[in-house]
Write a protein that binds this ligand. Structure first.
Ligand code: B12
Length: 319
């Protein structure tokens, strides 16, 4: 349990707070609720949900009622409410109604009663409001409820595709795309870690993004999907150099090489030459919309259709 007034502890509360009312500083509230102090300050500045007291020195002090309101905002966002609406509900409730509203809204299984479209809307709203905790709860709730393949197809990919569209129409900034993808990556990785240590002594599976392509999230989704199927892989990440892929494949003789390309590539591209030049015992799978659409030039490489079929195909190839 954090200490209510660990910093500026000696400073008295300036307003007429009863002595018995425990008051908390912003750092302690942040620690208690698992929200960053900057998010708490943002909610106060933008939506007016925050501490009702200040010390004589101007430091914020939250009472238990203030904390209940902030907790309610967090719980409502986690359930898909737009932050402004969540704040309005929390502000309008009388203190006597807070406990009941909190018990209705605080459910560990975030988004459990929402359908996929509502969760996607919640993720977009949280992303537009720069609320990483809101995105994280919805994504982790979907991963817990639907597994990687269900959450990716029903929630994560549709949200990302919509964010990409909104960005290309100039309706949201690139920072929203970065913020969302960072949160999605960490939730997918947390899900993979929670599955536990996997046996790495089996056939080698390499997953990488094509040289100069920054899009790596599908690799992290594939890593998580394979982990659910009990398979470990080597994730080489974004912008993997073609020459390094060629030499690693020659040395390791992996069973599977999966290469992702979101951005368009051409047939004179070195990465295309490397992947289409690979032969058994290595199976090459190309993922993403970026690869040239020429089946005759692909050699032994095949093109993937979606996450589910890619996991199934790899699982059957490695036995
Ligand atoms: C997140 C994101 C980023 C992040 C990437 C972070 C990361 N760690 O990956 C950041 C911010 C870095 C980024 C950068 C850029 N991005 Co970007 N980005 C995206 C976004 C929103 C999602 C990318 C993604 O993960 N896609 C995967 C899934 C969600 O979508 P999909 O490719 O359509 O996938 C389907 C199929 O391929 C299929 N599938 C088939 N086989 C397989 C196999 C597996 C394993 C999986 C999982 C799926 C699958 O299933 C998918 C649906 O589930 C897309 C939007 C989009 N539609 O993709 C734009 C998008 C790819 N980006 C785009 C652009 C232009 C850029 C930038 C050039 C400019 C920018 N926005 O800053 C730079 C690129 C710089 C570079 N050198 O690479 C464009 C590309 C347009 C084009 N064709 O050229 C897009 C399409 C946005 C848009 N609508 O215009 N981006």
């Amino acid at each position: 349990m954090p200490n209510p007034q660990s910093d500026e502890a000696a400073e008295p509360v300036a307003t007429g707070t009863p002595v018995a009312a425990m008051v908390w500083n912003v750092g302690s509230v942040a620690e208690r609720l698992g929200i960053s102090p900057s998010t708490l300050r943002t909610w106060e500045r933008r939506y007016g949900v925050g501490p009702t007291h200040r010390t004589a020195g101007g430091h914020r002090r939250y009472t238990e009622d203030d904390i209940a309101r902030v907790t309610l905002v967090q719980a409502l966002i986690n359930r898909g409410a737009p932050p402004m609406e969540a704040a309005r509900v929390a502000q309008e409730l009388p203190a006597t109604g807070l406990a009941a509203a909190l018990s209705d809204a605080s459910d560990d299984d975030h988004g459990a009663d929402l359908d996929h479209a509502q969760i996607v809307d919640g993720i977009i709203a949280a992303a537009e409001a720069y609320e990483p905790t809101g995105i994280a709860s919805l994504v982790s709730g979907a991963l817990r409820r639907d597994g990687v393949i269900g959450a990716w197809a029903g929630v994560i990919a549709p949200a990302l595709i919509r964010i990409g569209q909104l960005w290309s129409e100039g309706r949201l900034g690139i920072e929203t795309e970065h913020l969302t993808s960072e949160v999605v990556v960490s939730e997918l990785r947390a899900h993979t870690r929670a599955i536990g240590r996997l046996d790495t002594s089996g056939p080698t599976i390499i997953v990488a993004s094509a040289e100069s392509d920054l899009h790596s999230m599908p690799l992290i989704a594939l890593e998580a999907g394979l982990a659910e199927a009990g398979l470990a892989c080597h994730v080489l990440g974004a912008q993997f150099p073609a020459k390094a892929l060629a030499s690693m494949t020659a040395n390791l003789q992996p069973t599977i090489v999966f290469v992702w390309a979101s951005l368009p590539r051409t047939e004179d591209d070195e990465m295309w030459q490397v992947v289409t030049g690979m032969a058994p015992p290595t199976t090459v799978i190309l993922g993403g919309p970026g690869w040239p659409d020429n089946p005759h030039a692909r050699g032994h490489a095949t093109v993937s259709v979606n996450l589910e079929s890619t996991v199934a195909r790899i699982a059957s190839l490695v036995g």
